[in-house]
Design a binder for this molecule. Structure first.
Ligand SMILES: [Fe+2]
Length: 287
């Protein structure tokens, strides 16, 4: 197993590993250590079906139920796709496409759930002829760049997270769907300290709709400033997908977004999320 840097501030390509052969005793400890240290792992040339994808993901922790009430064959798999159940490609102006467009806002996954995510394992399935990159930044690096004054303020802050908030920024009709209101607001501290490395990271997302103890508009302006400083152009790793790619990122220490693609073409990425546990520092982000 060899590591090659992806970006000066974070992320590595893991070379020489077929993830289908990884077990809790074989290579997982090294992979987990790289995950804790680098926040983003890229594995190229993988040949993963859903079962192998889930088996690898489960090494990181409990796999999240991502069915959002849909009756799919495998509730833990979430295909990020514009191909609909009936086989057709979703219309550009449809709510289905708009929900994918909402992924183009900087976020970290599942902050609106009662148990937030530790990791996302995202694998290429069908790629468009252009566009559709996934971009990531390190909020650990962003944290290091903050002034001591701002760090002290952020350490005391609690953010309110709501799925409908990020959808509201795209379309009021999308935000009004019952699926966007399945969970109560969730409160998380604005800083997630990694219990393995001791590093702090900003914990913020497009789903963050306010700062507790601040007026709504003031809190939202503060959140927007934090996200803007974390996502400066020089902070961004832009992943141009190739067939066989698997990205694994640390939801506690990154933000990500998708880029647009020609929506008449299919883009399908297979995703599973791993729920955070207390050993991942969850208890400390709970206010
Ligand atoms: Fe996401």
């Amino acid at each position: 197993m060899k590591l090659r840097p992806l970006h000066p501030r974070f992320g590595v390509e893991v070379q020489g590993v077929d993830v289908r052969t990884v077990t809790a005793d074989r290579l997982y400890p090294e992979i987990r250590a790289a995950f804790e240290e680098h926040s983003l792992l890229l594995f190229r040339g993988q040949d993963l079906d859903d079962a192998a994808h889930l088996r690898f993901g489960a090494l990181f922790g409990p796999v999240e139920d991502r069915s959002m009430g849909r009756n799919g064959p495998e509730p833990r798999m979430d295909n990020v796709t514009n191909r609909q159940g009936d086989g057709t490609i979703a219309a550009t102006d449809s709510l289905h496409t708009l929900n994918l467009v909402a992924n183009q806002l900087w976020h970290t996954d599942s902050t609106f759930l009662p148990v937030p995510a530790l990791a996302n394992l995202l694998a290429a399935r069908v790629l468009p002829s252009s566009g559709g990159e996934t971009q990531l930044v390190s909020t650990r690096a962003a944290w290091r760049d903050l002034s001591e004054d701002l760090k002290a303020r952020a350490r005391k802050m609690v953010l309110r997270h709501r799925l409908a908030h990020s959808r509201q920024g795209i379309s009021a009709e999308l935000a009004a769907l019952p699926a966007m209101h399945r969970w109560d607001d969730q409160l998380w501290r604005a800083v997630w300290r990694n219990p393995v490395t001791g590093d702090e990271a900003l914990y913020v997302a497009s789903h963050a709709c306010g700062v507790e103890s601040m007026a709504v508009s003031e809190g939202q302006a503060f959140i927007a400033d934090l996200i803007a400083s974390a996502t400066r152009p020089e902070m961004i790793y832009s992943h141009a997908w190739q067939g066989g790619d698997l990205l694994v990122w640390d939801e506690r220490a990154t933000l990500h977004r998708g880029l647009p693609w020609p929506y008449a073409e299919e883009r399908t990425l297979a995703s599973i999320c791993i729920s955070a546990q207390d050993i991942d520092g969850l208890a400390q982000v709970s206010p």
